[in-house]
Design a protein around this ligand. Structure first.
Ligand SMILES: *Cc1c(COP(=O)(O)O)cnc(C)c1O
Length: 405
């Protein structure tokens, strides 16, 4: 089926900066006659020239071989190639959602009698999966304090610990994890290191920091327009790849090629959008940090914020999702009134789109290893592509609702 992939990308991308690579990956080079973008391919059945050819194709199920639509189309493969390249891994499996990328990865590595270590600050639905379906398959999960030191983490390992799961920064509370140090502990004990790198996007290179499987919810900044749900898993080593690819196929995972095509389009502007998100996010974060009503801004890229030293060491930039903790004596109800009165911030889950969002954190997070590190009522902000001065003016108006108890 090789001829079906001749319009697949092979633009030069090595040795180029990431902004340039994002314009080249997953498409043909600039000297190839034809449209700029690869076509969108939809399909279920793939026809072969002979029975022998079909049999031969089946032997390459782990590769990007055209066998059946469920196993991928050229549109999926183009996005997979691009994403593996930006994460610094070798191969990528696109699945239906960010959450599916997490559940497929955990199921690929864990089975009855196994144990896994998961940060207490993990994305809520990941915790729910570990506490329900994963537990039903006979896997035990221990939640650890996300900022744990390596020796204390080592003490939590058991002979049957197969997976160390990481997510940095933590969902809603933004704790930064020392990924290389924690990964070393896991590898010394034969466990695999899986990481939810959705916040890190282009700014954290997971495989250079000891991660074996990196997960991103493409729903967020890669999609960038709040109009797709998509997930991706990238693996660095061939042994890991087989596990991931098999688990994805066994579970019938699939993503629409239309959504993959939109994600490819999102990649072209990702670097430019992220620069603006980062700049605006930091501008709003600095304004918030200077307000008397604010106790703490949980933005790893903000000097003085928790985890800033790790961010500076390991990250080349930051997205625009962060938390704000109000003074302990700010009435929670008044914070809710403040959020309700915002005119430019939507109230909604997810993030990474062009629009700003505000979501109360208080009362929504579940912790079992230690109490949540929030001194007062808290909110999570996503800063979109609006002019940050308009956002600050909106916040300034809304802050009039805040009251001390
Ligand atoms: C949103 C999110 C996910 C899940 O992505 P979906 O595509 O919405 O399933 C996973 N991890 C993190 C950190 C997220 O923010």
């Amino acid at each position: 089926m090789a001829e079906d992939r001749t319009d697949q990308p092979q633009a030069r991308t090595s040795g180029l900066h990431i902004d340039t690579r994002l314009t080249q990956l997953g498409r043909a080079g600039v000297r190839k006659p034809g449209f700029v973008n690869p076509p969108l391919v939809r399909g279920s059945t793939v026809l072969h020239n002979s029975c022998a050819e079909r049999r031969e194709a089946g032997r390459h199920r782990l590769e990007q071989e055209l066998i059946y639509g469920l196993l991928g189309t050229p549109t999926h493969f183009a996005l997979e190639d691009a994403l593996a390249a930006i994460e610094g891994g070798t191969r990528c499996q696109i699945v239906s959602s960010g959450l599916a990328a997490i559940t497929v990865s955990l199921l690929a590595y864990l089975g009855s009698g196994d144990h896994c270590l998961v940060p207490d600050s993990v994305y809520g639905p990941t915790r729910h999966f570990c506490d329900t379906l994963l537990r039903q398959t006979g896997v035990e999960t221990t939640y650890y304090v996300p900022t744990i030191d390596p020796d204390s983490l080592a003490a939590l390992f058991r002979p049957n610990t197969k997976v160390l799961f990481l997510e940095s920064p933590g969902s809603h509370t933004f704790e930064m994890q020392d990924v290389p140090a924690l990964a070393r502990v896991a590898h010394a004990r034969g466990a695999a290191v899986l990481m939810d790198n959705t916040w890190g996007i282009l700014f954290f290179q997971p495989f250079a920091h000891g991660v074996d499987v990196s997960i991103q919810a493409l729903t967020k900044y890669v999609g960038g327009h709040s109009d797709i749900i998509l997930g991706g898993i990238i693996t660095a080593r061939d042994t890991d790849w087989e596990k991931i690819r098999n688990a994805s196929m066994t579970l019938g995972q699939y993503a629409s090629p239309d959504d993959c095509w939109l994600a490819l389009r999102g990649l072209r502007t990702l670097a430019a959008r992220l620069k603006q998100h980062m700049e605006s996010g930091l501008k709003v974060a600095r304004w918030l940090a200077a307000r008397a009503e604010v106790y703490q801004v949980l933005h790893p890229a903000l000097p003085g914020a928790p985890g800033h030293a790790i961010w500076r060491r390991d990250y080349s930039g930051a997205c625009s999702l962060f938390g704000v903790v109000f003074q302990p004596d700010i009435a929670e109800g008044s914070m809710i009134e403040m959020i309700d009165s915002l005119e430019l911030f939507g109230i909604g889950a997810s993030w990474g789109g062009f629009e700003s969002l505000a979501l109360p954190t208080t009362g929504t997070i579940r912790r079992t290893a230690a109490p949540p590190p929030l001194a007062g009522p808290a909110v999570r902000f996503h800063i979109g592509l609006e002019d940050p001065n308009d956002l600050i003016a909106d916040l300034e108006r809304a802050f009039k609702h805040l009251r001390r108890v």
